[in-house]
Write a new protein. Structure first.
Length: 304
DNA sequence: ACGCCTACCTGCTTGC
DNA sequence: TGCAAGCAGGTAGGCG
């Protein structure tokens, strides 16, 4: 479900609605939602009584900072959602964890496909929750070592909306890689928070073919990509995210961005710029949508 | 470094 | 209508 704009929307919603709230009770109905090595019973015991100080986002993970310095991380993966509900709200068979708040409300973790994971990390440090390949060499046995807070997401690439994510930085990173643009945009170690929807949208906006190799871009093309990624994400946040199926904000309402998507899941429909039929191909086992006319593939620009 | 595969899960859509 | 296959916003781990 959620990519950067959706997770950002949830985090902002929660900052407004549950910052300052105290968790008086927790109930876990699908144990594997709780990250190893925390046994669910221990997690429940340790979270009870905690007060939520503030809520933020890093990459596609929601961070609930607790008053005592500990941090609860919620990785929503495909269908996870964090929803604030009244205690007497309708029962929902897909709610995997319920946090009962002191004021009577519930913070519900809902997840149809059960891929999401919730972690609780000690004050002043978290264990690595790295991002795939890039963090592999840094991986250590679970529980064997603690990372300091600044190193928590050390396996992740830059936040695309941060001020430090400049054209120059993107150019430098692209220049060192031979992979296809689409695959790189999905690589959390290369850039944090972009997923399948916004990768396709950004490439369409930048008029770059998803199979172009990263180190083959001209300066102007890098500039277009940098601008496109940031615009697409910012606009989606302004629209509270793209709801294709399961995604809702913490208020339980879907976002409004899905209807503004230019290529994602618009196979065979006309390109909004030139009217050419949008094509669907598979890149790295992920559906990929693009306009064959606006996003041409120059000869010899594909990874071999 | 890179691409490709499988696994984790459930539900909806599509095609015969 | 029924039923199987294919598809889904993510990512970890394994292989060549």
């Amino acid at each position: 479900m959620p990519e950067l704009p959706e997770v950002e929307t949830v985090a902002r919603d929660l900052q407004h609605s549950v910052a300052g709230a105290t968790i008086v009770h927790a109930h876990v109905s699908w144990d594997r939602t709780i990250r190893h090595p925390q046994p669910p019973e221990r997690f429940v015991a340790e979270i009870e009584g905690a007060t939520i100080l503030r809520v933020s986002r890093r990459a596609k993970t929601v961070l609930l900072h607790l008053e005592d310095g500990r941090v609860m991380t919620v990785a929503l993966r495909m269908t996870g959602a964090l929803i604030v509900a009244a205690a007497d709200a309708d029962p929902d068979p897909y709610v995997r964890v319920v946090f009962s708040l002191a004021d009577g409300r519930q913070l519900r973790y809902r997840d149809v496909r059960k891929f999401g994971r919730i972690g609780l990390w000690p004050g002043g440090g978290l264990r690595s929750v790295g991002a795939g390949r890039g963090s592999r060499s840094r991986k250590v046995a679970e529980g064997a070592r603690r990372y300091r807070i600044g190193e928590v997401f050390s396996g992740h690439g830059p936040e695309p909306l941060s001020r430090t994510f400049t054209v120059g930085r993107l150019a430098e990173r692209l220049g060192r890689r031979s992979a296809r643009l689409k695959s790189l945009l999905l690589d959390q170690a290369f850039i944090a928070g972009v997923g399948n929807i916004y990768a396709d949208e950004a490439l369409w906006r930048a008029r770059l073919h998803p199979l172009r190799r990263a180190d083959g871009l001209a300066d102007g093309e890098v500039r277009r990509l940098h601008r496109a990624v940031r615009q697409v994400l910012r606009e989606a946040i302004a629209n509270r995210g793209s709801s294709l199926r399961d995604y809702v904000g913490a208020d339980g309402e879907p976002g409004a961005n899905a209807e503004r998507l230019a290529v994602y899941r618009r196979t065979e429909q006309p390109c909004l710029r030139c009217g050419t039929r949008i094509e669907r191909i598979v890149v790295g086992q992920r559906s990929t949508h693009f306009c064959p006319r606006c996003q041409p593939l120059p000869v010899a620009s594909v990874p071999s």
